[in-house]
Design a protein around this ligand. Sequence first.
Ligand SMILES: [Zn+2]
Length: 482
Amino acid sequence: MRRFSVYDTMSREVRLFVPITPPKVGLFVCGLTPYDDAHVGHAKTAVTFDVVARALRRWGYRVFYVQNVTNLDDKVIARGAELGVDPLSLADRHLARWRVAMERLGVASVNYYPHATDYIPEILVQIRQLIDQGYAYAADGSVYYEVAKFREYGKLSGQKTEALRPGARVELDKAKRSPEDFVIWKAATPGEPSWESPWGPGRPGWHIEDTAITVRLLGARYDLHGAGLDLKFPHHEAEIALAEAATGESPLVNYWMHVGLLNFKGEKMSKSLGNVVSLDDVIDEVGPGVLRFYYLNAHYRSPLDFDPDRSLSEAREAHQRLSVPRRRLLEALAQRGAEGEGVELPEEVARESAAAVERLDAVLSDDFNTREAIATLFGWSRRAGEFVGDRAKLSGAALSQLLAPYQWAEEVLGIFEPLTPTPPSTGADALVTVALEARKRARERGDFSEADRIREALKAAGVLVEDSAQGTRWESRKPRAE
Ligand SMILES: [Zn+2]
C-alpha cells in the first residue's frame, strides 16, 4: 500500500492517511438529490471521488465506496408537486439519467448507491437511540434533534449554532425547543409519501438518512467522507451530531474531504439564476475525456469558474496535446505488437518514463493533486513528442515505455477512456438501466427472487442479462421466431 496524505477539513491540515482496518478503506460521498436534471457542477464532485477511489485501488487499498441517493426530501417533494407526479418515481427517473451520465463519464468506482427510502428501519432505530439518550424529542408527530445537547456541535465547520437562529436561514417552527434544532422525523403531510413509526406516520429528515446508511454500511466510525463544500454546514455538522450521539463512538469520520464548487461566471450555478449548463449537453459536446480533464486540471479544493465561451474549448485544446501523441503511439503499438522488434529508446528516456510514472503517483499521493499530475503529463508529452515522428521504427517495448505515463492517466484520471460514444438513443435503453438498477438493489438486499423476476421480465422483452466478475452486461436481441 502506498502512503498518501489528504487535507482533512476537521483538523484543517494535510494529514497522513491511516485506515482503521488496512487495507480496507470505507468511503462515503454525499450523492445526488435527484429532483432535476444534473448540471455540469454536480459531476465535479463525482469525478473527484472517482479519481480518489481509482488511485487508492491502484495503491493496494480495498475501497468500499458508498454514494447515497437522497431520493426523498423537501426538494424532491416540491418538484413532484409542481409537476403533478409521484416524487419517488420522479427521483427514480432523474437517478436513471444520472447513472447513464456517470457511465458515460467513466465513473464506475462506486460500489453501492443506497437509496434513503430503503433504510427506513435503520432510520427509526437511530431516532429511538437518540430519544433514549436524551438527544432528541418528539413534538406534534415529528421528532427533533436538540442541538444544544451535543456539546461539540460546530467542530467541523467552526460555525456556531447562532448562524441558524431565525432571521438567518431557518424559519421558526413552533414545535421546536430551539430554532437550531433540526427535524429527524417529519410528521406526514397529506399527499406525501409516509411510513409508520412509533411517533406517528411521517418521513425521515435529510441529515439522518445519511447517518442511518453509514452506520449500517460502514459502521459507527469510518475512514473517509467526501462531498461538495456547500454541504459542510449544517449537513455534515448534523451528521456528526447524529451519529456520534446515537452510537456513542467518536469520531464518526477520520478524514473529511470537501470539493470546491463549480461556479458560472462567478455565480453559483442554479436553476433560479437561469445559468444551468446541462451535464448531458456538455458530454455530448466535448466528450467525457475532455470534461474530466477540465475538472481535474484544477486542484479539487479550488472553486472552478465555468465560462461557456472559453472553458470547454480551452480544455479541448489542452487535452489534444496529450491525446494526439498518445493516439499516434497507440496506433503504432497496435501495428508493431508489444513484442515487435525495432529501434529501442535511449536508456535515459526509458528511465525518464519510469520516473514520470513514479512522479504521477507521488503528486497524487500528496492530497490528490491532479493539476500537478496533468502538468507532469504535459512535460512527458513534450519529451515523448521527440519520438512520435519516428514511431514506425520503434520496437513494441519502446512504444510501451513512451505510453506508460499516458496509461497511468487512463487508469487513474480516466481522461482518455474510450467510453460510450453516444448517449442511449432510445427510451428503451434508459428503461433497461432502470430495471437493472432495481435488480441490483434487490440482490444487494438479498431478495434474489425479485432479482430473478426482473431478469426473466427483461428476457421476455428480448433483453439478455449476464453477470460476471466485471459487472452486469446486457444485450438486446430480437425475439427469435418460434
Ligand atoms: Zn450527506
